[in-house]
Write a protein that binds this ligand. Structure first.
Ligand code: TIU
Length: 224
């Protein structure tokens, strides 16, 4: 039976069996001091508010039996998958691959690349390592979703206007219904967070729907 989710610009019916929770890049490198986010000149504390709502979504999604997908942005230790245009971001001493307090910045296998402990994946939950902003680019995400006949994505994580938005745009073009969970996303630039959410639901939901964690948890609990 489809469940009706309270969302904007309109309520969205969804079937938990064909819905996935996609948690974007909730990594120490973005949320904690000494990582990639801070190297770009950002106040990483601005992302902390998204952790609790993500945790509530994760618990409800696991209880309801949803596919849960985690993503991590990062690069190979030899930087072979990092284009020069990306490597040039940030201060030269704190660029991707440079040593930092959480290991080499944004490099797979380093402590900073890990998902924050509060949102640690369970064994069996797919973890998609991505070199780009979008979670479909150069990854197996499409095949993971196709294998479970997923049609609807509940998307949260960081940052709203960068990796969440890019992933939702990629997913929208691939035919997925995307719900961005507003309070479970975060940005270093609050006005971009607000604008990013507004862009998703404008023009009749040009990229998808916007809801919040309380509404999604209520809908998932009602479906159980
Ligand atoms: N800089 C910024 O806002 N975000 C990123 O670089 N990556 C993600 O959003 N994950």
């Amino acid at each position: 039976m489809p469940i009706l989710l309270d969302a904007e610009p309109a309520p969205l019916p969804f079937d938990p069996r064909t819905t996935a929770l996609v948690i974007i890049d909730m990594q120490r490198d973005f949320l904690e001091p000494g990582g990639f986010g801070e190297s770009l000149g950002n106040d990483v504390g601005l992302l902390a508010a998204a952790v609790g709502p993500c945790r509530a979504l994760l618990a409800a999604a696991r209880s309801a039996g949803l596919l849960v997908v985690h993503t991590r942005e990062g690069h190979a230790p030899d930087l072979s998958d990092a284009p020069p245009a990306k490597l040039e971001r940030g201060a030269p001493t704190a660029r991707i691959g440079a040593p930092g307090p959480m290991g080499r910045i944004l490099i797979r296998g380093e402590p900073g690349h890990d998902i924050v402990p509060a949102l640690a994946p369970l064994p069996g939950e797919p973890v998609i390592d991505k070199p780009g902003k979008g979670a479909f680019y150069a990854t197996d995400l499409a095949r993971v979703l196709e294998a479970r006949a997923i049609a609807t994505l509940l998307v949260c994580g960081v940052t709203t206007e960068v990796c969440v938005h890019t992933t939702v745009r990629e997913a929208n073009d691939r035919g997925y219904r995307c719900v961005v969970v507003s309070d479970a996303c975060g940005s270093y630039i609050p006005e971009f967070h607000a604008a990013g959410l507004a862009m998703i639901k404008a023009q009749g939901g040009i990229f998808g729907w916007v809801s919040d964690s309380a509404a999604v948890v209520a809908a998932l609990n009602a479906g159980g």
